[in-house]
Design a protein around this ligand. Structure first.
Ligand code: ADP
Length: 362
């Protein structure tokens, strides 16, 4: 992966009093699959439109391939946008759809034929060029839309919720497919999505956005295992939190005092002091449940009452009441052994290691 190909420097874009993009600075590297992840209204589409040139920043600068984009119109930018609903021409064949832009620009027939063939090969649609969009599956239509972008040889491909129109199963297949295509063509892909699983599966790096700001930028692993704030932890799918005060700090470890619970041992990344308020965020699948009260090699063991037990086929999901105001979720692989399942109202011990979870400074 190379140096920065896209840079946003302190970009602001407001609609009336709403700051859709709010002092955003980002660097996206040559050849990476970069996802912009955030809830609806967080400014993702506006950011994509600023890159494509459909919007201009009120403040700040957008640079692509080392050029300031301020005065560059959309059609002269080295980017191509793939729309969410593909915007394919229904009456044209696959070939016609992919060739359309080149034909409009007066590219020679000979060159069109070879470039369309190359683009269709990149998305593995060779042999389907005479079909019309209605004769294609949803995933194939998506790949035609992508080929239509790739045929222009852009430096950066912009994708707006690329898998949004597909059903769940196809979505998962296409995540792998899309990442594969990006790796084969070696181009920079910038993808907008509100779907955290999708962003984590496909991306080299992810920016988590809220209210026009990037709250955290990092690899999927960093964002998943080391969320920088409660918002990111929540958005990435953590449902278990404990809030308390720091009792002691020893190197990378600390102990946390939480009302009505045993003292908790956790690992921290600095920025905390004795007496300070922190939250611990823990993933449902990192918890171990037992009927025994001992630590059994774990750093923490906390009693809880089973408030709900949900059978989910490959896993059991438990809702666990730790105290009056703390309700956690645990996911435990279902190995088919009925004796190992826990019943409603049963007392269990929730065990986990200090290395699991993230300490968030309140
Ligand atoms: P997202 O793509 O994350 O859903 P958007 O970039 O579409 O977010 O929107 C960010 C904010 O800017 C929202 O509050 C939205 O209502 C507002 N917004 C976006 N486009 C316009 C527009 N053309 N006019 C007025 N407000 C807009």
């Amino acid at each position: 992966m190379g140096g920065p190909i896209v840079e946003l420097r302190d970009v602001v874009k407001a609609y009336g009093v709403t700051r859709a993009v709010d002092h955003l600075s980002l660097e996206i590297r040559q050849g990476e699959f970069f996802s912009i992840l955030g809830p609806s209204g967080s400014g993702k589409t506006t950011l994509l439109r600023l890159l494509a040139g459909f919007e201009r920043p009120d403040r700040g600068e957008v640079w692509i391939e080392g050029r300031l984009m301020q005065e560059v119109p959309p059609n002269l930018r080295p980017v191509n946008l793939v729309f969410q609903h593909y915007a394919l021409f229904p009456h044209l064949t696959v070939f016609g759809n992919v060739a359309f832009g080149l034909e409009m620009r007066g590219v020679s027939r000979h060159e069109i034929v070879s470039r369309v063939a190359a683009a269709l090969e990149m998305v593995r649609l060779t042999g389907k060029q005479e079909r019309t969009p209605t004769q294609l599956s949803g995933g194939e239509q998506q790949r035609v839309a992508l080929a239509r972008a790739l045929v222009n040889r852009p430096a950066v491909v912009l994708l707006d919720e690329p898998l949004g129109a597909l059903d769940q199963q196809l979505r998962q297949e296409m995540q792998v497919e899309l990442k594969g295509i990006q790796e084969r063509v070696g181009l920079t892909f910038i993808c907008v999505t509100h779907h955290q699983g999708e962003a984590l599966t496909m991306s080299d790096r992810v920016a988590v956005m809220d209210q026009g700001r990037a709250l955290q930028v990092g690899s999927p692993r960093e964002v998943y295992d080391r969320p920088a704030s409660t918002f990111v932890a929540n958005f990435i799918g953590i449902s278990n939190f404990l809030t308390g005060s720091v009792d002691s700090v020893h190197g990378a470890r600390c102990t946390i005092r939480v009302p009505n619970l045993p003292e908790i041992v956790a690992r921290h990344r600095g920025g905390i002091g004795e007496g300070g308020r922190v939250s611990l965020a823990l993933r449902p699948e990192r918890l171990h449940l037992s009927r025994e009260a001992d630590l059994n090699g774990f750093d923490n063991a906390v009693p809880a009452r089973v408030a709900k037990a949900i059978y989910g086929g490959h896993e059991m999901q438990y809702q666990l009441r730790l105290s009056d105001d703390v309700l956690w979720t645990a996911r435990v692989p279902n190995d088919g052994t009925v004796e190992r399942r826990f019943a409603l109202d049963e007392t269990v011990f929730v065990r986990w290691n200090a290395d699991e979870g993230a300490i968030l400074v309140e």
